[in-house]
Design a protein around this ligand. Structure first.
Ligand code: NAD
Ligand code: TYD
Length: 340
């Protein structure tokens, strides 16, 4: 199989490429990525020498380049990860989220339709469902009710993907996963930010009361789920992916501090995120019963391995936390470091 992976230099995309090349040594993976601040070819050093891996630098919103790439690659499938992915950045500056997540996805769908692509897997998020109260889970039937510019842009792209299936018969599947964690996670997101700040002796900024709940999924379990959907998912269907690991943010941060033998006083309660979703929790029973997906990682074990990975890959995250990252950090946290 020849697979074009968009956004393959990011966190989940690079983990997916490594997973697939290991599992299917006869497949060809073509990574099409713009290399924004979140794209990093260091994530792919292990596989860059392989003859069945290729990198093309390009923007999904560039219709001409997308069409040319699909035509020349003769791909059987597209797995579409490329996106602006960070909620806080979408609150600061939403424009790029609309351009990449909405317009870019549309350009890709259009090129896939013209090219007659046999599989189009769109990687979405549970955030399109909005926020839950204390009880209940998101199922595939939960109405879309996104709250942030990020989740609204992802929900818009989901609707375009579904419209291309309904109107043109494009063989699409949509996956909606909960919060991922694991190696090569960009340290703007909760878990890698907290681990790397802790390792640097910096304060750990927790938004609001820290009682917001996320449902954590190891990135390798996510890659295995996408593999199943790619091969056996039914066209036109949505599959939720979640690890049944609900934790409050405070529980996650306390677990990180405890594993690093650091005091709770390292936490800084800072002002809450605007429009902060209170709770996400995924019902993944469709993926389990239809496609036999079983997550491998218990959260505590996965978190311990992830902390160990950051401890042994200091050069990777120190390079990432340099330059433009510092500018972002200052904008996001600069005047927001004190207790509220
Ligand atoms: P990431 O920010 O780590 O990586 C995004 C990648 O897309 C980067 O390599 C970047 O260079 C590339 N990219 C951005 N704009 C592009 C463009 N215009 N053209 C081509 N490439 C472009 O993101 P991630 O965490 O790996 O997320 C991947 C996908 O999974 C996204 O679609 C995201 O919405 C979804 N998702 C992520 C999570 C999570 O917990 N990280 C959870 C649910 C869903
Ligand atoms: P994040 O990793 O940004 O993922 P998402 O917002 O897409 O779920 O944030 C996870 C949770 O952690 C979310 O409730 C916001 C919170 N958070 C903090 O408390 N402090 C931080 O510095 C960050 C980045 C997130």
């Amino acid at each position: 199989m020849r697979i074009v992976v968009t956004g393959g230099a990011g966190f989940i995309g690079s983990n997916f490429i490594r997973y697939m090349l290991k599992r299917y040594p006869d497949y060809t993976l073509i990574n099409y990525d713009k290399l924004t601040y979140a794209g990093n070819l260091d994530n792919l050093r292990e596989v860059e020498h392989l003859p069945n891996y290729r990198f093309i630098q390009g923007d999904i919103a560039d219709a001409g380049q997308v069409e040319q790439t699909l035509a020349s690659c003769k791909a059987d499938a597209i797995v579409h990860f490329a996106a602006e992915s960070h909620v806080d950045r979408s609150i600061m500056e939403p424009d790029q989220f609309i351009r990449t997540n909405v317009v870019g996805t549309h350009r890709l769908l259009e090129a896939a339709r013209k090219q007659g692509i046999a599989r189009f897997i769109h990687i979405s998020t549970d955030e399109v469902y909005g926020s839950l109260g204390a009880e209940g889970f998101f199922t595939e039937q939960t109405p879309l009710a996104p709250n942030s510019p990020y989740s609204a842009s992802k929900a818009s792209s989901d609707l375009l993907v579904q419209a291309y299936h309904h109107t043109y018969g494009l063989p699409v599947c949509i996956t909606r996963c909960s919060n991922n964690y694991g190696p090569y996670h960009f340290p703007e997101k909760l878990i890698p930010l907290m681990i790397t700040n802790a390792l640097e002796g910096q304060p750990l900024p927790v938004y609001g009361d820290g009682l917001h709940v996320r449902d954590w999924l190891h990135v390798e379990d996510h890659a295995a789920a996408i593999d199943l959907v790619l091969h056996d998912g039914r066209a036109g269907e949505v599959y939720n992916v979640g690890g049944n690991n609900e934790r409050t943010n405070l529980e996650v941060v306390q677990a990180i501090l405890s594993q690093l033998s650091l005091p709770i006083s390292s936490i800084r309660y800072v002002a809450d995120r605007q429009g902060h979703d209170r709770r996400y929790a995924i019902d993944a029973s469709k993926l389990r019963s239809e496609l036999g997906w079983r997550p491998k990682y218990a959260f505590d074990e996965g978190l311990a391995e992830t902390i160990a990975w950051y401890r042994t890959h200091t050069a990777w995250w120190q390079r990432v936390k340099d330059g433009t990252y510092r500018h972002y950090y200052e904008l996001q946290y600069g005047s927001n470091q004190g207790a509220i």
